[in-house]
Design a protein around this ligand. Structure first.
Ligand code: GCO
Length: 447
Protein backbone atom coordinates (compact mmCIF):
# COMPACT_ATOMS: atom_id res chain seq x y z
CA UNK A 1 0.00 0.00 0.00
CA UNK A 2 1.26 3.44 -0.88
CA UNK A 3 0.06 5.65 1.93
CA UNK A 4 -0.66 9.34 1.45
CA UNK A 5 0.00 11.96 4.13
CA UNK A 6 -2.57 12.46 6.84
CA UNK A 7 -5.11 15.15 5.85
CA UNK A 8 -4.37 14.71 2.16
CA UNK A 9 -7.26 16.45 0.44
CA UNK A 10 -8.95 13.92 -1.82
CA UNK A 11 -11.63 15.53 -3.92
CA UNK A 12 -13.41 15.85 -7.21
CA UNK A 13 -14.02 18.85 -9.40
CA UNK A 14 -16.71 20.35 -11.62
CA UNK A 15 -17.52 23.71 -13.19
CA UNK A 16 -20.74 25.72 -13.17
CA UNK A 17 -21.59 25.81 -16.85
CA UNK A 18 -20.70 22.16 -17.30
CA UNK A 19 -23.10 20.79 -14.69
CA UNK A 20 -25.59 23.30 -13.31
CA UNK A 21 -28.28 23.83 -15.92
CA UNK A 22 -31.02 25.99 -14.42
CA UNK A 23 -29.98 28.55 -17.01
CA UNK A 24 -32.82 30.95 -16.28
CA UNK A 25 -33.53 30.13 -12.65
CA UNK A 26 -33.57 32.75 -9.91
CA UNK A 27 -32.57 35.57 -12.18
CA UNK A 28 -29.46 34.07 -13.77
CA UNK A 29 -28.27 36.13 -16.72
CA UNK A 30 -26.83 35.05 -20.03
CA UNK A 31 -23.15 34.07 -20.17
CA UNK A 32 -20.80 33.91 -23.14
CA UNK A 33 -21.18 30.15 -23.16
CA UNK A 34 -24.98 30.40 -23.50
CA UNK A 35 -24.43 32.68 -26.46
CA UNK A 36 -21.63 30.62 -27.99
CA UNK A 37 -23.69 27.42 -27.88
CA UNK A 38 -26.44 29.11 -29.86
CA UNK A 39 -24.15 30.00 -32.71
CA UNK A 40 -24.31 27.11 -35.19
CA UNK A 41 -21.28 24.92 -35.67
CA UNK A 42 -19.46 25.67 -32.44
CA UNK A 43 -20.55 22.82 -30.20
CA UNK A 44 -20.96 19.16 -31.04
CA UNK A 45 -24.53 18.40 -32.21
CA UNK A 46 -25.72 21.82 -31.09
CA UNK A 47 -25.53 20.83 -27.42
CA UNK A 48 -25.70 23.49 -24.71
CA UNK A 49 -25.65 23.86 -20.94
CA UNK A 50 -29.29 24.87 -20.42
CA UNK A 51 -30.02 21.70 -18.46
CA UNK A 52 -26.64 19.96 -18.29
CA UNK A 53 -26.66 17.63 -15.23
CA UNK A 54 -29.46 19.66 -13.68
CA UNK A 55 -27.18 20.02 -10.68
CA UNK A 56 -28.89 23.31 -9.86
CA UNK A 57 -31.94 21.27 -8.81
CA UNK A 58 -30.15 18.07 -7.83
CA UNK A 59 -27.26 19.38 -5.77
CA UNK A 60 -28.59 17.70 -2.64
CA UNK A 61 -28.55 14.29 -4.26
CA UNK A 62 -25.12 15.03 -5.72
CA UNK A 63 -23.63 16.04 -2.40
CA UNK A 64 -25.06 12.89 -0.86
CA UNK A 65 -23.15 10.88 -3.46
CA UNK A 66 -19.97 12.84 -2.68
CA UNK A 67 -20.43 11.96 0.94
CA UNK A 68 -21.00 8.30 0.12
CA UNK A 69 -17.70 8.30 -1.73
CA UNK A 70 -15.99 9.87 1.24
CA UNK A 71 -14.77 12.94 -0.66
CA UNK A 72 -12.91 15.27 1.66
CA UNK A 73 -13.34 18.20 -0.64
CA UNK A 74 -15.36 19.39 -3.61
CA UNK A 75 -14.08 21.90 -6.14
CA UNK A 76 -16.85 23.75 -7.99
CA UNK A 77 -17.10 27.07 -9.77
CA UNK A 78 -19.45 29.99 -9.39
CA UNK A 79 -21.50 31.33 -12.27
CA UNK A 80 -20.80 35.06 -12.35
CA UNK A 81 -24.00 35.69 -14.32
CA UNK A 82 -26.12 34.33 -11.47
CA UNK A 83 -24.79 37.11 -9.26
CA UNK A 84 -24.48 39.87 -11.81
CA UNK A 85 -26.98 39.11 -14.58
CA UNK A 86 -27.07 42.69 -15.84
CA UNK A 87 -24.90 45.72 -15.57
CA UNK A 88 -25.06 47.34 -12.15
CA UNK A 89 -27.47 44.75 -10.84
CA UNK A 90 -26.54 42.42 -7.96
CA UNK A 91 -28.84 39.43 -7.75
CA UNK A 92 -28.89 38.03 -4.24
CA UNK A 93 -30.97 35.04 -5.26
CA UNK A 94 -28.14 33.92 -7.51
CA UNK A 95 -25.73 33.96 -4.61
CA UNK A 96 -28.20 32.07 -2.43
CA UNK A 97 -27.71 28.91 -4.50
CA UNK A 98 -24.04 28.81 -3.56
CA UNK A 99 -24.85 29.49 0.05
CA UNK A 100 -27.13 26.45 0.09
CA UNK A 101 -24.47 24.41 -1.66
CA UNK A 102 -21.67 25.38 0.71
CA UNK A 103 -23.82 24.94 3.81
CA UNK A 104 -24.78 21.45 2.75
CA UNK A 105 -21.17 20.54 1.95
CA UNK A 106 -20.17 21.58 5.46
CA UNK A 107 -22.96 19.53 6.97
CA UNK A 108 -21.35 16.48 5.34
CA UNK A 109 -17.89 17.60 6.33
CA UNK A 110 -16.81 18.17 2.76
CA UNK A 111 -14.54 21.15 2.29
CA UNK A 112 -15.68 23.54 -0.44
CA UNK A 113 -13.05 24.85 -2.84
CA UNK A 114 -14.51 27.59 -5.01
CA UNK A 115 -13.27 28.64 -8.43
CA UNK A 116 -14.27 32.22 -9.10
CA UNK A 117 -13.97 32.08 -12.87
CA UNK A 118 -14.34 28.97 -14.97
CA UNK A 119 -15.03 30.67 -18.30
CA UNK A 120 -18.69 31.75 -18.08
CA UNK A 121 -18.35 35.52 -18.38
CA UNK A 122 -21.66 37.41 -18.20
CA UNK A 123 -22.69 38.33 -21.74
CA UNK A 124 -23.25 41.98 -20.79
CA UNK A 125 -19.56 42.27 -19.97
CA UNK A 126 -18.63 40.65 -23.28
CA UNK A 127 -20.82 43.23 -24.99
CA UNK A 128 -18.50 45.86 -23.53
CA UNK A 129 -15.42 44.11 -24.89
CA UNK A 130 -15.10 41.25 -22.42
CA UNK A 131 -11.65 40.36 -21.17
CA UNK A 132 -10.05 42.36 -23.97
CA UNK A 133 -11.30 45.46 -22.15
CA UNK A 134 -9.23 46.38 -19.10
CA UNK A 135 -12.39 47.54 -17.30
CA UNK A 136 -13.45 43.91 -16.99
CA UNK A 137 -10.74 43.58 -14.35
CA UNK A 138 -12.69 46.01 -12.14
CA UNK A 139 -15.91 44.07 -12.66
CA UNK A 140 -14.10 40.89 -11.69
CA UNK A 141 -12.82 42.48 -8.49
CA UNK A 142 -16.32 43.65 -7.58
CA UNK A 143 -17.72 40.17 -8.22
CA UNK A 144 -14.96 38.48 -6.19
CA UNK A 145 -15.35 40.90 -3.29
CA UNK A 146 -19.04 40.08 -3.22
CA UNK A 147 -18.16 36.42 -2.92
CA UNK A 148 -15.63 37.03 -0.15
CA UNK A 149 -18.13 39.13 1.77
CA UNK A 150 -21.03 36.70 1.36
CA UNK A 151 -19.29 33.31 1.41
CA UNK A 152 -15.92 34.11 2.94
CA UNK A 153 -16.89 32.68 6.31
CA UNK A 154 -17.64 29.32 4.79
CA UNK A 155 -15.15 28.97 1.97
CA UNK A 156 -11.49 28.85 2.93
CA UNK A 157 -9.94 27.99 -0.38
CA UNK A 158 -10.46 30.19 -3.41
CA UNK A 159 -9.18 29.79 -6.94
CA UNK A 160 -9.20 33.04 -8.91
CA UNK A 161 -9.03 31.58 -12.40
CA UNK A 162 -9.26 28.19 -13.99
CA UNK A 163 -6.90 27.72 -16.91
CA UNK A 164 -6.45 31.26 -18.18
CA UNK A 165 -4.58 29.70 -21.11
CA UNK A 166 -7.83 28.21 -22.40
CA UNK A 167 -9.92 31.30 -21.72
CA UNK A 168 -7.41 33.48 -23.57
CA UNK A 169 -6.18 31.30 -26.41
CA UNK A 170 -8.97 28.82 -27.10
CA UNK A 171 -11.51 31.62 -26.64
CA UNK A 172 -9.80 34.46 -28.50
CA UNK A 173 -6.99 32.98 -30.62
CA UNK A 174 -8.28 29.66 -31.94
CA UNK A 175 -11.96 30.51 -31.56
CA UNK A 176 -12.98 27.06 -30.34
CA UNK A 177 -14.26 28.27 -26.98
CA UNK A 178 -16.51 31.22 -26.16
CA UNK A 179 -16.55 33.97 -27.27
CA UNK A 180 -15.14 32.35 -30.42
CA UNK A 181 -12.77 35.08 -31.56
CA UNK A 182 -9.74 34.51 -33.77
CA UNK A 183 -7.40 37.35 -33.07
CA UNK A 184 -4.07 36.51 -31.47
CA UNK A 185 -3.27 40.03 -30.47
CA UNK A 186 -6.57 40.20 -28.64
CA UNK A 187 -5.90 36.79 -27.11
CA UNK A 188 -2.65 38.04 -25.59
CA UNK A 189 -4.36 41.12 -24.20
CA UNK A 190 -7.04 38.88 -22.72
CA UNK A 191 -4.38 36.67 -21.13
CA UNK A 192 -2.78 39.71 -19.55
CA UNK A 193 -6.08 41.03 -18.20
CA UNK A 194 -6.94 37.63 -16.77
CA UNK A 195 -3.62 37.62 -14.93
CA UNK A 196 -4.05 41.19 -13.79
CA UNK A 197 -7.51 40.39 -12.46
CA UNK A 198 -6.01 37.42 -10.62
CA UNK A 199 -3.47 39.66 -8.87
CA UNK A 200 -6.06 42.30 -8.04
CA UNK A 201 -8.36 39.71 -6.50
CA UNK A 202 -5.54 38.18 -4.45
CA UNK A 203 -4.83 41.68 -3.10
CA UNK A 204 -8.51 42.19 -2.36
CA UNK A 205 -8.80 38.87 -0.56
CA UNK A 206 -6.17 39.80 1.99
CA UNK A 207 -8.60 42.42 3.32
CA UNK A 208 -11.21 39.76 3.98
CA UNK A 209 -9.30 36.90 5.47
CA UNK A 210 -6.01 36.28 7.17
CA UNK A 211 -6.57 32.53 7.41
CA UNK A 212 -8.17 31.55 4.15
CA UNK A 213 -6.12 30.62 1.13
CA UNK A 214 -6.20 31.85 -2.41
CA UNK A 215 -4.44 30.62 -5.52
CA UNK A 216 -4.80 30.10 -9.24
CA UNK A 217 -5.26 27.00 -11.37
CA UNK A 218 -3.17 26.61 -14.50
CA UNK A 219 -3.35 23.92 -17.14
CA UNK A 220 0.23 22.81 -17.55
CA UNK A 221 1.72 20.36 -19.97
CA UNK A 222 5.26 19.14 -19.40
CA UNK A 223 6.95 19.60 -22.74
CA UNK A 224 9.61 17.37 -24.27
CA UNK A 225 11.51 17.57 -27.55
CA UNK A 226 10.77 14.69 -29.90
CA UNK A 227 14.50 14.25 -30.61
CA UNK A 228 17.63 15.78 -29.14
CA UNK A 229 18.40 17.77 -32.29
CA UNK A 230 19.04 21.39 -31.27
CA UNK A 231 16.18 22.68 -33.44
CA UNK A 232 13.74 20.30 -31.75
CA UNK A 233 15.03 21.22 -28.31
CA UNK A 234 14.49 24.88 -29.26
CA UNK A 235 10.99 24.04 -30.51
CA UNK A 236 10.19 22.40 -27.16
CA UNK A 237 11.47 25.45 -25.32
CA UNK A 238 9.17 27.70 -27.40
CA UNK A 239 6.21 25.44 -26.88
CA UNK A 240 6.91 25.35 -23.15
CA UNK A 241 7.00 29.14 -23.24
CA UNK A 242 3.63 29.40 -24.85
CA UNK A 243 1.89 26.81 -22.68
CA UNK A 244 3.60 26.97 -19.30
CA UNK A 245 6.07 29.80 -18.76
CA UNK A 246 3.75 32.47 -20.13
CA UNK A 247 1.54 32.10 -17.05
CA UNK A 248 3.98 30.67 -14.50
CA UNK A 249 6.66 33.36 -14.95
CA UNK A 250 4.41 36.39 -14.34
CA UNK A 251 2.65 34.74 -11.37
CA UNK A 252 5.82 33.55 -9.64
CA UNK A 253 8.55 35.83 -10.95
CA UNK A 254 6.73 38.97 -11.96
CA UNK A 255 8.07 38.87 -15.51
CA UNK A 256 6.91 37.69 -18.91
CA UNK A 257 9.39 35.38 -20.61
CA UNK A 258 11.41 37.58 -22.95
CA UNK A 259 11.52 34.98 -25.73
CA UNK A 260 7.71 34.96 -25.77
CA UNK A 261 7.47 38.74 -25.79
CA UNK A 262 9.89 38.83 -28.74
CA UNK A 263 8.08 36.13 -30.62
CA UNK A 264 4.62 37.63 -30.05
CA UNK A 265 5.77 41.09 -31.03
CA UNK A 266 7.22 39.74 -34.25
CA UNK A 267 4.11 37.73 -35.11
CA UNK A 268 1.23 39.82 -33.80
CA UNK A 269 2.47 43.38 -33.47
CA UNK A 270 3.39 45.65 -30.61
CA UNK A 271 2.41 44.59 -27.13
CA UNK A 272 0.86 47.76 -25.82
CA UNK A 273 -1.38 46.58 -23.01
CA UNK A 274 1.09 45.99 -20.17
CA UNK A 275 1.12 48.99 -17.86
CA UNK A 276 3.64 49.94 -15.18
CA UNK A 277 3.20 47.91 -12.00
CA UNK A 278 0.89 45.33 -13.62
CA UNK A 279 3.47 42.60 -13.10
CA UNK A 280 3.92 43.59 -9.50
CA UNK A 281 0.18 43.09 -8.99
CA UNK A 282 0.16 39.83 -10.91
CA UNK A 283 2.97 38.38 -8.81
CA UNK A 284 1.24 38.89 -5.44
CA UNK A 285 2.22 35.96 -3.24
CA UNK A 286 -0.36 33.19 -3.48
CA UNK A 287 -1.08 30.45 -0.98
CA UNK A 288 -1.14 27.50 -3.36
CA UNK A 289 -0.95 26.61 -7.02
CA UNK A 290 -3.63 24.46 -8.64
CA UNK A 291 -2.41 22.28 -11.48
CA UNK A 292 -4.63 20.74 -14.12
CA UNK A 293 -2.74 17.99 -15.85
CA UNK A 294 -4.00 15.77 -18.64
CA UNK A 295 -1.19 14.89 -21.05
CA UNK A 296 2.38 15.81 -21.96
CA UNK A 297 3.37 17.80 -25.01
CA UNK A 298 6.03 16.30 -27.29
CA UNK A 299 7.11 18.48 -30.18
CA UNK A 300 9.61 18.91 -32.99
CA UNK A 301 10.53 21.87 -35.16
CA UNK A 302 8.33 22.37 -38.19
CA UNK A 303 8.16 25.00 -40.92
CA UNK A 304 4.49 24.15 -41.56
CA UNK A 305 3.26 25.77 -38.38
CA UNK A 306 3.06 29.53 -38.87
CA UNK A 307 2.60 30.40 -35.25
CA UNK A 308 5.47 28.80 -33.34
CA UNK A 309 7.10 26.46 -35.85
CA UNK A 310 6.30 23.46 -33.73
CA UNK A 311 4.61 20.20 -34.52
CA UNK A 312 3.20 17.62 -32.12
CA UNK A 313 4.80 14.20 -32.28
CA UNK A 314 2.05 11.57 -32.41
CA UNK A 315 2.07 9.15 -29.52
CA UNK A 316 1.79 5.47 -30.36
CA UNK A 317 0.61 4.44 -26.92
CA UNK A 318 -2.84 4.05 -25.47
CA UNK A 319 -5.15 7.09 -25.66
CA UNK A 320 -8.25 8.37 -23.92
CA UNK A 321 -11.50 9.10 -25.77
CA UNK A 322 -10.20 12.66 -26.27
CA UNK A 323 -7.28 11.13 -28.13
CA UNK A 324 -5.01 12.33 -25.35
CA UNK A 325 -1.95 10.28 -24.55
CA UNK A 326 -1.56 8.65 -21.15
CA UNK A 327 1.66 9.43 -19.27
CA UNK A 328 1.52 9.46 -15.47
CA UNK A 329 5.29 9.92 -15.23
CA UNK A 330 4.89 13.32 -16.92
CA UNK A 331 2.79 14.44 -13.95
CA UNK A 332 5.72 13.60 -11.71
CA UNK A 333 8.07 15.56 -13.98
CA UNK A 334 5.70 18.50 -13.94
CA UNK A 335 5.40 18.63 -10.16
CA UNK A 336 9.18 18.37 -9.81
CA UNK A 337 9.71 21.16 -12.29
CA UNK A 338 7.33 23.52 -10.48
CA UNK A 339 9.15 22.83 -7.25
CA UNK A 340 12.57 23.33 -8.83
CA UNK A 341 11.93 26.33 -11.11
CA UNK A 342 9.13 28.21 -9.35
CA UNK A 343 8.12 27.62 -5.80
CA UNK A 344 7.75 25.31 -2.88
CA UNK A 345 4.27 26.54 -1.96
CA UNK A 346 1.54 23.93 -1.51
CA UNK A 347 0.41 22.35 -4.77
CA UNK A 348 -2.93 20.78 -5.55
CA UNK A 349 -3.75 18.74 -8.59
CA UNK A 350 -7.02 20.56 -9.19
CA UNK A 351 -7.90 18.43 -12.22
CA UNK A 352 -6.76 15.11 -13.57
CA UNK A 353 -8.86 12.41 -15.14
CA UNK A 354 -9.92 10.91 -18.42
CA UNK A 355 -12.79 10.48 -20.83
CA UNK A 356 -13.52 6.98 -22.04
CA UNK A 357 -16.44 5.52 -23.96
CA UNK A 358 -18.27 4.16 -20.96
CA UNK A 359 -20.88 1.48 -21.49
CA UNK A 360 -23.70 0.77 -19.09
CA UNK A 361 -24.19 -2.96 -18.67
CA UNK A 362 -27.00 -3.98 -16.35
CA UNK A 363 -26.74 -0.71 -14.50
CA UNK A 364 -22.97 -1.00 -14.05
CA UNK A 365 -20.06 0.74 -15.71
CA UNK A 366 -16.85 -1.24 -15.68
CA UNK A 367 -14.44 1.56 -16.47
CA UNK A 368 -11.21 -0.35 -15.86
CA UNK A 369 -9.34 2.05 -18.15
CA UNK A 370 -10.25 5.04 -15.98
CA UNK A 371 -9.21 3.18 -12.82
CA UNK A 372 -5.89 2.34 -14.43
CA UNK A 373 -5.47 5.96 -15.50
CA UNK A 374 -6.12 7.35 -12.03
CA UNK A 375 -4.11 4.66 -10.31
CA UNK A 376 -1.06 5.50 -12.40
CA UNK A 377 -1.36 9.22 -11.78
CA UNK A 378 -1.93 8.80 -8.05
CA UNK A 379 1.27 6.75 -7.94
CA UNK A 380 3.18 9.51 -9.70
CA UNK A 381 1.82 11.99 -7.17
CA UNK A 382 2.77 9.66 -4.36
CA UNK A 383 6.34 9.42 -5.58
CA UNK A 384 6.59 13.21 -5.65
CA UNK A 385 5.33 13.44 -2.07
CA UNK A 386 7.60 10.63 -1.01
CA UNK A 387 10.58 12.68 -2.19
CA UNK A 388 9.47 15.64 -0.11
CA UNK A 389 7.19 17.33 -2.63
CA UNK A 390 4.58 19.68 -1.23
CA UNK A 391 1.45 18.23 -2.84
CA UNK A 392 -1.53 18.60 -0.52
CA UNK A 393 -4.50 17.35 -2.45
CA UNK A 394 -5.91 15.84 -5.60
CA UNK A 395 -9.17 16.58 -7.38
CA UNK A 396 -10.36 14.08 -9.93
CA UNK A 397 -11.93 15.55 -13.05
CA UNK A 398 -14.71 15.01 -12.93
CA UNK A 399 -17.24 14.18 -10.28
CA UNK A 400 -20.00 13.82 -12.88
CA UNK A 401 -20.13 13.29 -16.61
CA UNK A 402 -20.88 16.75 -17.94
CA UNK A 403 -20.92 19.27 -20.77
CA UNK A 404 -17.43 18.99 -22.23
CA UNK A 405 -17.38 22.42 -23.91
CA UNK A 406 -17.05 22.18 -27.71
CA UNK A 407 -17.52 18.40 -27.41
CA UNK A 408 -20.94 18.80 -25.80
CA UNK A 409 -22.10 15.70 -23.95
CA UNK A 410 -20.16 13.35 -26.22
CA UNK A 411 -17.22 12.92 -23.82
CA UNK A 412 -17.65 11.40 -20.40
CA UNK A 413 -15.07 12.37 -17.78
CA UNK A 414 -17.10 11.51 -14.68
CA UNK A 415 -16.48 8.91 -12.04
CA UNK A 416 -20.26 9.16 -11.68
CA UNK A 417 -22.25 8.38 -14.82
CA UNK A 418 -25.10 10.68 -15.83
CA UNK A 419 -28.01 9.40 -17.90
CA UNK A 420 -28.99 12.68 -19.55
CA UNK A 421 -32.50 11.42 -20.42
CA UNK A 422 -33.52 10.56 -16.89
CA UNK A 423 -30.82 12.52 -15.02
CA UNK A 424 -30.13 9.35 -13.11
CA UNK A 425 -26.66 9.07 -11.54
CA UNK A 426 -24.81 5.76 -11.50
CA UNK A 427 -21.52 5.08 -9.76
CA UNK A 428 -18.93 3.88 -12.21
CA UNK A 429 -16.47 1.26 -10.95
CA UNK A 430 -13.89 4.06 -10.79
CA UNK A 431 -16.03 5.86 -8.20
CA UNK A 432 -16.19 2.73 -6.06
CA UNK A 433 -12.45 2.26 -6.46
CA UNK A 434 -11.79 5.91 -5.57
CA UNK A 435 -13.94 5.52 -2.46
CA UNK A 436 -11.60 2.75 -1.34
CA UNK A 437 -8.50 4.84 -2.10
CA UNK A 438 -9.87 7.68 0.02
CA UNK A 439 -10.91 5.33 2.78
CA UNK A 440 -7.44 3.75 2.93
CA UNK A 441 -5.74 7.05 2.15
CA UNK A 442 -3.60 4.93 -0.12
CA UNK A 443 -3.33 3.36 -3.52
CA UNK A 444 -3.37 -0.35 -3.21
CA UNK A 445 -0.37 -2.21 -4.50
CA UNK A 446 -2.42 -5.04 -5.97
CA UNK A 447 -3.70 -2.87 -8.75
C1 GCO B 1 -10.53 22.49 -17.93
C2 GCO B 1 -11.57 22.28 -17.72
C3 GCO B 1 -12.56 21.28 -17.68
C4 GCO B 1 -12.54 20.28 -18.80
C5 GCO B 1 -11.48 19.25 -18.59
C6 GCO B 1 -11.46 18.18 -19.64
O1 GCO B 1 -10.34 23.24 -16.88
O2 GCO B 1 -10.02 22.29 -19.01
O3 GCO B 1 -11.55 22.70 -16.39
O4 GCO B 1 -13.63 22.12 -17.71
O5 GCO B 1 -13.77 19.70 -18.86
O6 GCO B 1 -10.23 19.85 -18.59
O7 GCO B 1 -11.18 18.74 -20.88
Amino acid sequence: MLKFPKNFLWGAATASYQIEGGFNEDGRGESIWDRFCQMPGHVFAGHDGKVACDHFHRYEEDIKIMSELGLKSYRFSIAWSRLFPKEGHYNEKGLAFYRRLVTLLHSYDIEPVATIYHWDLPQWIQDRGGWANRETVDHFVEYAETLFRELGQDVNKWITHNEPWCAAFLGHGLGIHAPGHRDWHEALRVGHHLLLSHGRVVQAYRNYSQEGQIGITLNLAPTYPGTDKPEDVAAAHRSDGFINRIFLDPVFKGIYPQDMIDLFTKRFGTIDFIQDHDLQVISQPIDFLGINYYQPNVVIHSEDDQLFNVEQVPDEGKKTAMDWSIHPEALYDLLKRIQKDYSNIPLYVTENGAAFDDQVVNGEIHDEDRIEFLDGHFRAAHQFIQEGGNLQGYFVWSFLDNFEWAFGYSKRFGIVYVDYESQERLLKDSAKWYKEVIHQNAVLSNH
